[in-house]
Design a protein around this ligand. Structure first.
Ligand code: NAI
Length: 446
């Protein structure tokens, strides 16, 4: 599960060799560590709108070194480009080219973040074109950045501005090492809900979180990350994984619940366990998932039904129980794990891709039902993640799959967990019905 190539080309000799041979040159990404500065240098805020001024003031209150104009040859930790008043595509030129002049000054693992308005609500074609233009620009820029730097965009829905709590929450996430493997993505802030964290190192303090499929892989990483961020964790997995499950639950000082999530009473057992053992339930992470790959021409009913059953039907049934429960009404959070296979499709994975695209459809349609209780539901869609599952892929196929993204490496289970922890936090209370890819800007398909 280790990427020895990335380690090799990060050394002096390996770096030189890869450069001479024209091989991929992935770098070791800057990931979150407690107490670490948010960004690796000053933050340049580009844009001359009121929204840009207000955002710059907000960033100053985070104790960041904020610049409103570039200082020649100064290494930058981030460039934030505020594009919140575009009315025509020609408006892009000034702020974008101003930001371009500073791109060569970005430090390794630096960040570029755009803030723009949603094209969905623009009635005038020129306004829509300008706003949509930001998306193409952002995705292309992410492919141009080097040395672990990423570019992501925050899209403001109607009524949302540059200092709305979840705009700032998303910006903090994108600037930080928590988003190391999120690249080329646009995340919409859908409402003014949400609140800033009391403690940025422990944003989930006091929350009780259930994580399914927590005995290993990405689920175990989610349990660890939610615990690190202050949550009390209920780790759920099938009885056959009992020993591993107990080990994870002990490690995070939470409790274990042996449960097959496809059971008819799974939702009520989850609620019952959380409330009886921990007094409440705030967060449910639907992570458990399986693959049973076969070309559709060779697909048998059991492969098809087991994947649909675990990956989407169980989530729908558990959500019905959660939405009906009086114990899940205080700004609750649901985060589901989808997959880039559900977006781009993958040969041999019609069943899996149907289930994961289904997760995304479920998330979008469930969001309004949770809004009445101040709740949110979102999904993360991982790309190539270094787990036991991907370690079993034959060497050559694995090497190609893990390099086919802008960061030229696979993500870690912890990278998926960081995105989930963010979406589960109060700071993300204004983000619902959204899909966030954690894929290093995977180049396969969409
Ligand atoms: P994994 O196979 O290592 O772990 C999945 C866990 O879910 C296991 O502990 C398993 O026992 C549990 N589980 C399976 N069926 C269950 C059931 N009926 N009830 C309760 N628990 C059950 O998988 P991994 O790689 O950690 O993946 C986690 C999630 O991330 C899955 O939803 C997967 O589809 C998704 N994903 C993984 C990617 C990767 O590169 N590894 C890429 C994209 C998505």
């Amino acid at each position: 599960m280790t990427d020895k190539y990335t380690q090799f080309v990060s050394s002096g000799l390996g770096k030189e060799l890869a450069r001479k041979l024209g091989l991929p040159q992935p770098v070791v990404l800057r990931r979150h560590a407690p107490g670490q500065p948010l960004v690796p240098g000053p933050v340049l805020v580009q844009g001359d709108t009121r929204g840009a001024d207000e955002l710059a003031s907000a960033l100053l209150s985070w104790d960041l070194d904020v610049r409103r104009h570039a200082v020649p040859r100064e290494k930058l930790g981030a460039i934030v480009v505020v594009l919140d008043e575009l009315v025509h595509p020609v408006d892009l030129e000034k702020p974008v080219l101003a930001a371009a002049a500073s791109l060569r000054d970005l430090a390794p693992s630096a960040r570029v973040v755009t803030l723009s308005r949603t094209p969905a609500s623009a009635a005038a074609p020129a306004v829509s074109a300008a706003r949509e233009g930001v998306h193409g620009l952002l995705r292309s820029l992410a492919k141009e950045l080097r040395a672990g730097a990423t570019a992501n965009g925050i899209v403001l829905a109607d009524g949302v501005n540059t200092t709305t709590p979840s705009t700032l929450g998303a910006l903090r996430f994108f600037l930080s090492g928590r988003s190391a493997f999120v690249d080329g993505q646009l995340l919409t802030v859908t409402s003014g809900s949400g609140s800033p964290p009391d403690d940025v190192e422990r944003p989930l303090a006091g929350k009780v979180a259930v994580v399914t499929g927590a005995a290993r892989g990405i689920g175990a990483a989610i349990a660890r990350t939610l615990h690190r961020d202050g949550a009390t964790v209920v780790a759920v997995d099938v009885p056959a994984a009992g020993d591993h499950l107990a080990a994870v639950a002990n490690e995070v000082r939470g409790t274990a619940l042996q449960l097959d999530i496809t059971g008819a009473d799974a939702g009520n057992r989850i609620i019952g366990h959380a409330v009886e053992r921990h007094g409440r339930l705030d967060i449910v992470v639907h992570n458990a998932g399986i693959t049973r790959d076969k070309l559709l021409a060779n697909m048998d009913p059991s492969r098809w039904s087991s994947v649909i059953g675990v990956n989407i039907a169980a989530q729908l049934r558990i959500n019905d129980a959660l939405l009906a429960s009086e114990h899940f009404r205080s700004a609750p959070r649901i985060v589901s794990v989808a997959s880039t296979s559900g977006i781009a499709g993958n040969r041999g994975q019609t069943n899996y891709a149907a289930s994961k695209a289904g997760v995304m459809g479920m998330v979008r349609a469930t969001a309004p039902f949770l809004a009445t209780s101040g709740g949110t539901i979102n999904a993360v869609a991982p790309g190539f993640i270094e787990t036991e599952m991907t370690a079993r892929i034959p060497f050559a196929t694995r090497e190609i799959a893990r390099r086919l993204n802008s960061l030229q490496q696979g993500g870690r289970p912890g990278d998926v967990a960081e995105a989930i922890a963010f979406l589960a936090s109060d700071a993300a209370g204004g983000i619902s019905g959204e899909i966030l890819r954690v894929c290093g800007q995977n180049m396969v398909g969409a």
